[in-house]
Design a protein around this ligand. Structure first.
Ligand SMILES: [Zn+2]
Length: 193
């Protein structure tokens, strides 16, 4: 199982954002440098250690702002709060903040240009959803968050935080799993842990 970090950027202005700098800060920073990017934001879907392990290493090297849910800001994680009322921009591109609690108290998803949805550990591919039995987790909240994401346009690509069952899907694909199997898959996933 791999952790997935993402870098998105506006080709015109080279303004970009890093989503969940979990590991391999060197690789992230090299990519930023190779593409000559100006990283405006580091966006955190949540603050489990495998999503922020190299946050400080990246923060130290880049002049950028870290944004996350206010529920997850603490002495260990330095950043500014965002919620659904915030629309972020990198260059001409738009990032919508979607609150998706349930895996953690302040879980966020990010919708880039109404095209790519970064779901952290809320939603993975092939019907897999995140755990809700860790600190701050809540199974009902998680189900509500998944239902909320399933209402987004079907052609949106899902970019999850781990590649349990692949690393790219669409709302349309996942909707098929979730309308028929959400309860079963959810229980199955919990019992695997
Ligand atoms: Zn997590």
């Amino acid at each position: 199982m791999k952790n997935l970090s993402y870098i998105i950027f506006d080709e015109e202005t080279k303004e970009g954002a890093i989503i969940d700098p979990g590991f391999e800060a060197d690789k992230i920073l090299k990519t930023v440098k190779d593409h000559n990017l100006k990283i405006k934001y580091i966006l955190l879907t949540h603050t489990h250690i495998d999503h922020i392990a190299e946050l400080i290493a990246v923060q130290q090297k880049l002049d950028t702002q870290t944004l996350l849910s206010k529920e997850e800001i603490d002495s260990e994680v330095y950043g500014s709060p965002i919620d659904e009322s915030d629309i972020l921009n990198i260059g001409e591109q738009e990032i919508q903040v979607i609150e998706t609690p349930g895996h953690t108290l302040g879980g966020l998803s990010f919708l880039y240009n109404n095209q790519y949805l970064f779901t952290g550990d809320t939603l993975f591919c092939k019907g897999i959803i995140g755990r809700s039995d860790l600190y701050g987790g809540n199974a009902d909240e998680l189900k509500r968050s998944i239902a909320k994401l399933m209402k987004l346009p079907e052609e949106i690509f899902i970019c999850p935080g781990h590649n349990y069952e692949g690393k790219k899907s669409t709302i349309k694909n996942e909707k098929e799993y979730h309308t028929s199997n959400i309860k079963n898959k959810f229980l199955e996933f919990l019992s695997k842990e």
